[in-house]
Design a protein around this ligand. Structure first.
Ligand code: APR
Length: 247
């Protein structure tokens, strides 16, 4: 049974502006492997770093598109878990709450989070490679990858690939919120990939209370004011209940 630290709950109740930043770990209990878990099945021999790049797409657009179709097919079968739901509950009770995610699985939106910044995009959306025209839908099975209806260039997933810059407005909003908040929750992320990994440090250097929720240690652990060595799907519902009362 997980009992949250009363001092953490007091800090959450006192906080006026709370920001949460999530990584692949919050989706682990929905059945999605984290980014640094081994890939499975026919993709086991590939590393994400070798597929999730513009160069990989230009070299072999069909293979990269099919990898994302495989990932979309998996994402389509999973549901948000109690960790996602707890963050949506906190947002409902605290409208000033902002959720920043590195995840591209769309599970926070599916759980009802609306004050949401998807720093690395969303795998359920596609854009075209040349002009970034959004593609609401595409016919599967003809051209692989499909072509953009507006300019004819190849479609690609609307996610940030290694070596690409993050959407500037999203990053600015996340950095500003981290600078302005008085409590920052870092949840289910290895805190290895910048610029997302910088957010808790921005918050801490501006006087915010920094909380890490992760079963494993990360580079942030020694700087965090609170470290919750627990799975997000266990810790977050208990924290939300202690902070807001039983749902
Ligand atoms: N609850 C909370 N945390 C968990 C859980 C869980 N149930 N299971 C695993 N974790 C932790 C792991 O210990 C790890 O620290 O989640 C973290 C997942 O780390 P990564 O796999 O590195 O994922 P993430 O931090 O999101 O990666 C950041 O790197 O590869 C890029 O763009 C990609 O968005 C990704 C970014």
């Amino acid at each position: 049974m997980f009992d949250p630290d009363p001092d953490l709950i007091a800090a959450l109740r006192r906080a006026r502006r709370i920001v949460a930043s999530t990584g692949a770990g919050i989706s682990a209990e929905s059945g999605l492997s984290t980014f640094r878990d081994a890939q499975t099945g026919l993709w086991a021999k590939y590393k994400p770093e070798d597929l999730a790049t513009p160069q990989a797409f230009q070299r072999n657009p069909r293979m990269v598109w099919e990898w994302y179709e495989w990932r979309r097919s998996i994402v389509a079968t999973v549901e948000p878990n109690p960790g996602h739901a707890a963050l949506a509950r906190i947002e409902t009770a605290r409208p000033d709450f902002l959720l920043v995610t590195q995840n591209v699985d769309g599970l926070h939106a599916k759980a009802g989070s609306r004050n949401l910044v998807e720093l690395h995009g969303n795998i359920r959306r596609s854009i075209c490679f040349d002009q970034r025209h959004p593609a609401e839908s595409w016919t599967r099975g003809e051209d692989i990858p499909p072509h953009c209806a507006q300019c004819g260039s190849l479609l690609r997933p609307d996610v940030v690939w290694f070596g690409e810059t993050l959407p500037p407005d999203a990053l600015r909003r996340a950095q500003q919120a981290a600078a302005d908040c008085d409590l920052f929750l870092s949840i289910g992320t290895s805190t290895l990939v910048y610029p997302a990994a910088e957010l808790p440090y921005i918050a801490g250097s501006n006087g915010a209370t920094v909380v890490e929720i992760n079963p494993d240690a990360t580079p942030l652990s020694r700087l965090a004011n609170f470290v919750v060595r627990e799975k997000a799907g266990i810790a977050l519902p208990a924290i939300a209940a202690a902070m807001l009362g039983k749902p």
